[in-house]
Design a protein around this ligand. Structure first.
Ligand SMILES: Cc1cc2nc3c(=O)[nH]c(=O)nc-3n(C[C@H](O)[C@H](O)[C@H](O)COP(=O)(O)O)c2cc1C
Length: 364
């Protein structure tokens, strides 16, 4: 119907976004004092700051239950489609994403909700399609959690169905393994030909899914060589097996201050005041836990405390830009950022980091 309008498909050399501003704790599991609030006024403030500074995207986390501990990390989380609708209305340029667990939403409902937010946003909507992994929260849902391979097979049928609803001008029937439906139609269509599809599959099956369907894959690793290999392999698979292009992006906790010592102090305080119980619970659900590898496990747990398992960029604006440059040099076309204090630190990034990114050629 129309041309892509999402900044996610624009020409910024390294796209930047915020990750998980809609849930308490964001991506950091700590009792350290923070400004993030799950109130609508605060959510709007964060989004409007991102928009004002020209960030490309804001990506919420879809979370239905917290992880316990003293902070009940992510236990208070705004639902992401309705959040995206409000944020779309409150902003002008930034891409707005909803993150959906496919098993929780009928494709007919999801397709129309996505089209609706695409209209509200004027074509800035993106859909992060997640299959679910959190057995504890999925136990609250009627469909529960399929096994890993089945989840992706289900997700493939789910997205095929949604895409047909977005594109078909005639009513159609569906007769699949997971979905049977008659006389399917959906109007209005999204403003974009297809809202930007995001997927964070990191397993072999997840990567195959991304190669086939996603415009953007989120990959989490602290190992730059692994990032580069991942990016190259995924782009090759998308091109050779599906004749399509895909962007690869990652996520990081950003702790940026005027001096390295100050940034380190914040980093250390996050760990000193860590919510270890929440991290322990999260990792147990992931199936990552071991008594026999205490030292490695502590290091690993620190990654969850600091950045929900992602990497951290800690230091001065110059050092953070250096880290972003390295990610870009290793195939990443975008970085989603988590912060201790989203509202204030987004402004800080705008003032101190974005000019350096421009100088480095990472931003136009
Ligand atoms: C940036 C990013 C955002 C994610 N958002 C969510 C989310 O909102 N909800 C969720 O349950 N999982 C989320 N995930 C987890 C992924 O969907 C996926 O399950 C995980 O990366 C494991 O990959 P696999 O399914 O290939 O094993 C996210 C992962 C990343 C890297």
């Amino acid at each position: 119907m129309s041309q892509p309008t999402s900044p996610l498909l624009g020409d910024q050399p390294l796209k930047i976004g915020a990750f998980a501003p809609n849930a308490n704790g964001g991506i950091t599991m700590t009792e350290a004092t923070r400004s993030l609030r799950v109130s609508w006024e605060h959510q709007k403030k964060i989004a409007q700051s991102l928009d004002r500074w020209g960030f490309d995207v804001t990506v919420p986390i879809a979370r239905w239950k917290g992880f316990g501990g003293s902070t009940n990390f992510n236990g208070s989380a705004l639902e992401t489609f309705t959040w995206a609708a409000g944020i779309a209305e409150a902003t002008e340029n930034i891409a707005v994403v909803a993150t959906t667990h496919v098993a929780t939403l009928d494709p007919v409902v999801a397709a129309k909700m996505a089209a609706t937010v695409d209209h509200i946003s004027g074509g800035r909507f993106g859909l992060n399609v997640v299959m679910g992994w959190n057995s504890v929260e999925m136990a609250m849902m009627q469909n529960g959690l399929l096994n890993h391979e089945e989840r992706y097979a289900y997700g493939a049928e789910w997205l095929d169905f949604v895409e047909r609803l977005w594109s078909s001008d005639e009513a159609f029937d569906v007769d699949g393994k997971f979905f049977r439906a008659v006389g399917c139609e959906s109007e209005p269509k999204p403003l974009q030909d297809r809202p930007v599809i995001i997927n964070a599959g990191n397993s072999k099956t997840g990567l195959a899914y991304s190669a086939k369907y996603a415009d953007i894959n989120f990959f989490v690793s602290s190992d730059l060589d692994q990032m580069a290999a991942h990016s190259a392999a995924l782009k090759k698979a998308a091109r050779e097996e599906h004749d399509r292009e895909i962007q690869t992006m990652t996520a990081a906790m950003v702790i940026c201050r005027d001096t390295e010592a100050e940034a380190r102090r914040v980093h250390d305080e996050i760990l000193e005041k860590a919510d270890w119980v929440s991290a322990q619970n999260l990792m147990a659900i992931h199936g990552v836990d071991s008594d026999s590898w205490k030292e490695q496990m502590t290091k690993f747990k620190e990654r969850f405390i600091l950045a929900h398992g992602a990497t951290s960029l800690v230091g001065t604006p110059e050092q953070v830009v250096d880290g972003l440059q390295q990610m870009a040099d290793h195939g990443m076309q975008g970085v989603l950022m988590g912060f201790l204090n989203y509202a204030e630190e987004i402004d800080y990034i705008g003032e101190k980091v974005l000019p350096l990114m421009q100088q480095a050629g990472l931003r136009k």
